[in-house]
Design a protein around this ligand. Structure first.
Ligand SMILES: CC(C)(COP(=O)(O)OP(=O)(O)OC[C@H]1O[C@@H](n2cnc3c(N)ncnc32)[C@H](O)[C@@H]1OP(=O)(O)O)[C@@H](O)C(=O)NCCC(=O)NCCS
Length: 163
């Protein structure tokens, strides 16, 4: 079950463990049928207030996130709910992942993507498996699998063939 995988992936990082636990419960709760809403609605409200407002991590509970997401220094993190995050990814502080405009598409992160601190990833871009996004990058184009990118706009500093 994802909750236990997340717990292990964030070992030594109680804030990351707590956020992922609350996220997985909220993600499951939102899919329950209407008779459950008397229970789920207060929990989802609690999730928004505690995780998004108090802890400062806007990880919307509808977001599709694969197992073992690591959250390092999880504050000032904003992930649009249309974003898709694969398995074994890492997100760090002060990062925004979302659309370019309110009706635009959102990024799709493959498996094992490592996102540095203070990164912005915008629009319907695809970030390939095991890609590394350098700290402070602004990503507005697809990133190939295994590539290391950095800068604003992000450019490839090492391609997947070298990894
Ligand atoms: C992108 C990253 C993984 C590359 O690490 P690396 O493989 O050791 O790369 P190097 O240090 O050899 O740098 C290679 C080139 O990319 C540049 N570069 C590296 N990271 C960069 C970044 N974040 N932004 C812009 N340029 C960067 C270097 O200046 C160097 O340029 P040069 O060849 O012109 O001299 C790493 O720099 C990074 O940003 N990691 C994120 C870690 C993080 O967010 N930590 C937060 C902890 S709280």
């Amino acid at each position: 079950m994802s909750i236990f995988c997340d717990w292990r992936a964030n070992r030594g990082n109680p804030k990351g463990q707590l956020i992922m636990l609350l996220f997985r419960l909220a993600h499951a709760a939102r899919a329950l049928p209407s008779p459950w809403w008397l229970i789920t609605a207060p929990y989802l409200a609690f999730y928004r207030v505690s995780v998004e407002w108090v802890l400062g991590t806007e990880l919307r509970y509808k977001t599709r996130i694969g197992p073992r997401l690591r959250l390092f220094h999880a504050h000032a993190l904003v992930v649009h709910e249309g974003t898709v995050i694969g398995a074994d990814c890492t997100l760090r502080q002060s990062t925004t992942i979302g659309n370019k405009s309110p009706d635009g598409g959102c990024p799709i992160l493959g498996d094992g993507v490592d996102v540095g601190a203070n990164v912005v990833i915008l629009g319907p871009v695809k970030i390939g498996d095991r890609a590394v996004i350098g700290a402070g990058s602004v990503v507005v184009k697809d990133v190939p699998a295994g590539a290391v990118v950095a800068g604003n706009p992000a450019r490839i500093i090492r391609d997947g063939a070298e990894v």
